[in-house]
Design a protein around this ligand. Structure first.
Ligand code: SF4
Ligand code: SF4
Length: 378
């Protein structure tokens, strides 16, 4: 029978072999910050993510043993993704959060977690009960990562490793094995720093170290299925999927983040900085082809093109009018037409207003009519 300490070492060595740069073990006890979670929900900071409120999800989040009663250890893992460049993108280009430049981690990490369980079974000579998650499960994953010594939870709510920064995807494995726990990171190395709070363009990082999701560009461009609130659109800059600003502002990333990304997460061509006028015209087939196996499938074509239209409105170049006008007249999705109308309003040139007036005469959808009217009134 392997000792708890050697089992801990075996898990870490296997995790490293499988592409996880960070690995640590904690005990499956109630997460330290659970009380803040229902408070965050009651304040409505989860925006449209109503699934977080379900009694089952809350119950399981409160204690991981409700997910796997046999659990004896929680393994927390971190897989590095590319380090984003804080510089402005090239003219006419959008920005995509760095974790989404390559393949969808939901398609990569579960197989590696399964491999880790298999390796453990070989090592222990018995069947191992395990349950793996990567951001989709009912676990306060950063709590467990902190407890397993992977880092501390920064004011921007990211898990920050003191020598590697925060550009990691987190994953967890609940296991019925007796592995020795690692020492937690108890210190708050943020200190008096508030750079992420100052840098956040929508002011959604709250003093209690939570995020007002309904204002966060990550939520607005990915989880949000409907219209983006008009008052937030100008603050979104050229982000078309996610946002890295509060991480690129963090001195721990500026100083330490150098790690090589996992090859599966390496950037695909034209994904990190998409040409906006090109992506605005992706039809369903072209969208699916370009983003096959990419996290950018998540908001679907209509959500992604909505984001592209907003980014174009923020660039506000008069040369963008023909592309946006074509969308206002021809695009089948009202959500995209409406945001393209907003973008034309932001540009505000005579040609943009002419296109809006023309579209108003034939627009069949009430929500788009409202967008056009607001764009003309602005
Ligand atoms: S991801 Fe962007 S919008 Fe969201 S908290 Fe960070 S800086 Fe703010
Ligand atoms: S920017 Fe400063 S306050 Fe924000 S997470 Fe990094 S160290 Fe903490």
């Amino acid at each position: 029978m392997a000792g708890a300490e050697s089992l801990n070492q075996f898990i870490k060595a296997e995790a490293l072999r499988l592409g996880f740069s960070l690995a640590g073990v904690s005990l499956p006890q109630a997460p330290a910050h659970f009380d803040g979670f229902p408070r965050w929900l009651r304040a409505g900071r989860h925006a449209g993510m109503g699934y977080l409120e379900s009694a089952r999800s809350l119950d399981r989040r409160a204690d991981p043993r409700r997910i796997l009663p046999a659990a004896r250890a929680v393994v927390s893992l971190g897989m590095p993704y590319p380090v984003p460049d804080p510089a402005e993108p090239r003219p006419g280009r959008g920005r995509v959060a760095a974790y989404a430049w390559g393949a969808d981690y939901h398609e990569i990490i579960p197989a590696r977690l399964a491999e880790l369980v298999l390796a453990l079974e070989g090592y222990l000579g018995r069947t191992v009960a395990g349950r793996g998650y990567t951001d989709t499960g009912p676990l306060l994953e950063r709590d467990f990562a902190q407890r397993a010594g992977l880092g501390w939870i920064g004011k921007n709510t990211c898990l920050i490793h003191p020598r590697m920064g925060s550009y990691f995807l987190l994953a967890e494995l609940l296991l019925d094995v007796e592995a020795a726990p690692d020492a937690p990171i108890e210190s708050d190395f943020c200190g008096s720093c508030a750079r992420c709070i100052a840098a956040c363009p929508t002011g959604c990082i709250l003093p209690d170290r939570t995020i007002d999701a309904g204002r966060c560009i990550s939520y607005l461009t990915i989880e949000n299925k409907g219209a983006i609130p008009p008052e937030l659109r100008p603050q979104m800059g050229s982000w078309v999927f996610g946002c890295d600003i509060c991480q690129t502002a963090c001195p721990w990333n500026v100083r330490f983040a150098r790690g090589a990304a996992d090859p599966a997460l390496a950037p695909r061509e034209s994904v990190p900085d998409p040409l906006l006028t090109e992506d605005l015209h992706l039809d369903a087939g072209a969208f699916n082809q370009k983003f096959k196996g990419s996290p950018i499938q998540r908001p679907r074509r209509r959500g992604y093109l909505r984001n592209v239209a907003v980014a174009m409105g923020n660039l506000a170049g008069p040369e963008l009018v023909p592309d946006l006008a074509r969308v206002v007249f021809e695009e089948p999705e009202p959500l995209v037409r409406g945001h393209a109308a907003w973008a034309l309003g932001r540009i505000g040139s005579a040609r943009a207003r002419q296109a809006l007036s023309g579209a108003l005469k034939s627009e069949p959808d009430g929500s788009v009519v409202q967008e056009i009217q607001a764009a003309l009134a602005g």
